[in-house]
Design a protein around this ligand. Structure first.
Ligand code: URA
Length: 243
């Protein structure tokens, strides 16, 4: 049960800023159950009361979890003075509810990025102890062979005292002097995949995250687009760690 102020509930749901919500209330757009409300500080019970804005029922959710197919050229941060961030490109309704990216993808990396306002969830999924595997598709300049696969499996030495945990490297195909691979890692070191390939003398030309835990990127989400996770998708994140 959550008892809270009506304006907080509406702003948590992304309906607008506290000031905008005050305006909605002033113009009679907000109803609790059957009653039109004229004060923002009215207390409501999110389990018992039904809240409507302009006739549309607002369902209270404590936290929001969305998946973005991150495009290249934006950084995984909430705000930045120079660069466009993943939060800048969110649809307006998701901009004011405190979403932040769960972990980081480099500016030129594309693909699956989860954004949430649930700090505990972010902490849990990023904790190395949880062993959430992340899968990437990568295009590498040059050739990749079984020696590389073995070296990644053994654990790449990044050369600065950091040894990576075992990674799964799968060769897809080679064309025009480039090799397409899938790589799965269970950590999130800074520029990890690029540095792992660099350690074996290779350059990453393209990098896309395709899976986070057991949750696969829905290819119907175009680059730059987002949508909320379904409950099954949320659960699937933790699937690979249950085995
Ligand atoms: N590894 C990298 O090098 N870059 C990313 O964006 C993600 C993993």
């Amino acid at each position: 049960m959550a008892v809270m102020r009506l304006d907080k509930m509406l702003s948590d749901c992304g309906i607008g800023s506290r000031r905008e919500i005050k305006e909605y209330i002033k113009r009679g757009s907000v109803k609790v159950d059957e009653k039109t409300i004229n004060k923002s500080d009215v207390k409501i019970n999110t389990d018992k009361n039904s809240v409507f804005v302009d006739g549309k029922k607002i369902i209270y959710k404590k936290f929001t979890y969305i998946v973005m197919n991150k495009p290249a050229g934006v950084i995984s941060a909430t705000e930045d003075k120079k660069e466009q961030t993943v939060v800048d490109i969110l649809p307006d309704k998701y901009k004011k509810i405190g979403l932040f990216p769960v972990g980081r993808l480099d500016k030129d990396t594309v693909g699956l990025l989860i954004l949430t306002n649930d700090g505990k969830f972010a902490h849990n999924t990023l904790s190395p102890k949880k062993h959430i595997w992340k899968k990437y598709f990568a295009t590498i300049l040059g050739f990749i062979d079984q020696n590389d696969v073995d070296a990644f499996f053994k654990g790449i030495d990044l050369g600065n005292g950091e040894i990576c945990k075992s990674a799964k490297l799968e060769i897809c195909n080679t064309e025009n002097g480039k090799t397409n691979v899938f790589i799965e890692i269970s950590e999130g070191k800074f520029h990890q995949i690029k540095r792992m390939f660099s350690s074996v003398g290779k350059e990453v030309l393209f990098l896309k995250r395709v899976k986070f835990g057991g949750f696969k990127l829905d290819e119907n989400i175009k680059e730059g687009e987002v949508r909320e996770l379904t409950e099954e998708e949320f659960e699937s994140i933790f699937e690979s760690t249950l085995k």
